[in-house]
Design a protein. Sequence first.
Length: 224
Amino acid sequence: MNDGSRITFAGLGGEVTDRLREDILAGRYKDGDHLTERDLAERFGLSRGPIRDALRQLQGEGLVQLIPRRGARVATLSKIDAAQVIEIRQALEPVAVRFLLAHGDPGRLAALNDILRQMQKAAEDNDWAALVTIDMDFHETVYRLAGSPLLMRTWESLRVPLLQTFRMHRQFYESGAHVYQTHRHFFDALASGDLSRAEQAAREHVVDLRDDLLEHLDHHAEPR
């Protein structure tokens, strides 16, 4: 994937990290794709040091797996891990919704509405890397607005596998607009103030792509 681009010496590691992260989230690299320091150094016109730093950072984010003596590859998600993460979210997200609505302040939803506007713009631009990031931000904000440090810590412990599942969802959405519409539906249920409706919307949202994702992982169990 040599796009002939060059980047400046300043902030090398961070810029390479940002570019590679965007490529992975946008689907330009696929699950299990090998990432070699040599090829990436050639692509960016850099030495291997900044490339190595970027790969380590992305490993910490759960997007890359470093393999001793074999380089790196785009991280894959096991079917078991995906199923467990979805089941945990199905239990927790309605709790976050319940805590959020218990505050009784409609103004607390303004942050989510702002995120929805960003999501709509990313959908219109067909910017899948941004959509994945904004999707994560939307759900993280639901947990943050719930006002429970314990719930927030639980969300943070799930961040890596969640980012992997959100990244893989792209292939199952009809379009970027579909991403926006599903989150709009969730938000509208929250904005209604109807607890039962909001909890049900949260559960349905979490399992929306479960069967497609698990079937896909079942057919791609072995990394390349």
